[in-house]
Design a protein around this ligand. Structure first.
Ligand SMILES: NC(=O)c1ccc[n+]([C@@H]2O[C@H](COP(=O)([O-])OP(=O)(O)OC[C@H]3O[C@@H](n4cnc5c(N)ncnc54)[C@H](OP(=O)(O)O)[C@@H]3O)[C@@H](O)[C@H]2O)c1
Length: 342
């Protein structure tokens, strides 16, 4: 089979396309013929040494955590998945040497989730990192739900920082599905149009000097949950717009690795700052997210593509390096790799 690999950390030139044997699933695992591989910032950051440093944990690594495809072999002891099932994958390469930038990949059965009838592989390959992260960000409010479903966020206002980003897009869709009023920040009219297409009720340009006043005008009592991509840049704004007992879910270090928070305003409103990393949130949170995301898929509320606010940018498996570069260079939308025919 064709497999993209790297054996040392570095820029995208370390990626090469090789022939490798088709892997065999062990007990509790399934083998999936990958149709579409999804690329996220985590994939180029890991390849560049951001996760493992210079000492790769495996002699050879195939990148990409996300993907979608067809189950084509099932290991002993796997219940609930059969050959021929269409699945979406999450954390395919977490603590494992091989991800989805290859024609066949083996994953623990829990990381292959059946796609509802009629849900395509492009959507499936866009879910793992973005939607699972968004789910966690929306489910740790002190007085909020720990699961998402229609009505779960009724009466709550959610502020999604960067609504034209991949995680931001999923956060808008899930929050809207769950009944929240969704406000999002963006940096241009074009990104406002994408966030609106995703389902945001309101958009505010975070570069406007009066951005917090605009958000307060939309949400006079403040916002209940902030899905935050850049707390170093947004800490002051967040403290100005957060409601009493508000939650700030910090899932990224865009804009720097250290932030300064105004203590007194946050204290006065009993603010909670909740950090999260998908790889370490634990199986319970991952399973809850996978189930709720699949329920949202059944309701048809996680579309991708320009009309849904997330333009698709496609590459071939041979061009995996260019796909990684596109994500690293902040391409707007979702970067996908076509791996094999449907
Ligand atoms: N903790 C986790 O488990 C986890 C999971 C997923 C992703 N991440 C991390 O999250 C980050 C985003 O991932 P992604 O796939 O969503 O990337 P993406 O598609 O490139 O989106 C990033 C978005 O952030 C926006 N942004 C940047 N600075 C902003 C600011 N100060 N205020 C508001 N918006 C701002 C950008 O818009 P503008 O350029 O217009 O500002 C862009 O739309 C990456 O660093 C990734 O590694 C972490």
């Amino acid at each position: 089979m064709r497999s993209v690999v790297y054996t040392k950390p570095g820029d995208s030139s370390v990626l090469t396309l090789e022939e490798r044997p088709v892997p065999t699933p062990g007990p509790g695992e399934v083998r999936v013929r990958v149709v579409v591989s999804g690329v996220n910032p985590t994939d180029w950051k890991a390849r560049q040494g951001g996760t493992y440093g210079d000492d790769l944990p495996f002699p050879e690594i195939t990148p990409n955590q996300d993907g979608a495809g067809v189950v084509d072999a099932v290991g002993d002891g796997v219940d609930g998945l059969s050959v021929g099932d269409h699945v979406w994958l999450y954390m395919a390469a977490a603590s494992r040497p091989t991800g989805t930038a290859q024609e066949y990949t083996v994953v623990p059965a829990a990381r292959a989730v059946r796609l509802p009838e009629g849900t395509g592989f492009d959507i499936g390959a866009s879910l793992g990192v973005p939607a699972m992260t968004a789910h966690r960000a929306l489910t740790t409010h002190e007085h909020g739900p720990d699961r998402l479903a229609p009505g779960a966020l009724n009466g709550k206002t959610v502020l999604v920082a960067g609504g034209a980003g991949a995680v931001g897009h999923a956060a808008i869709q899930l929050a809207r599905w769950a009944g929240a009023t969704v406000v999002t920040t963006i940096s241009s009219d074009a990104k406002a149009a994408l966030a609106t297409a995703a389902g945001a009720h309101h958009t505010v340009n975070y570069r406007d000097e009066d951005a917090s006043a605009q958000i307060r005008a939309i949400a006079p009592d403040g916002v209940d949950i902030v899905v935050e991509v850049s707390i170093p840049q947004n800490a002051a704004l967040v403290a100005e717009v957060l409601a009493n007992h508000g939650l700030v879910s910090i899932y990224a270090n865009n804009g720097g690795d250290e932030a300064t928070l105004p203590i007194r305003p946050n204290m006065s409103i009993n603010a909670r700052y909740q950090f999260l990393l998908l790889y370490t949130i634990g199986d319970e949170a991952l399973t809850a997210a996978a189930e709720d995301v699949t329920a949202a898929l059944r309701d048809g509320v996680l579309p991708v593509g320009e009309a849904a606010g997330l333009p698709l940018v496609r590459f071939s498996l041979e061009d995996t390096a260019a796909a990684h570069d596109a994500v690293e260079q902040d391409t707007v939308g979702k970067v996908l790799i076509d791996v094999s025919a449907e």
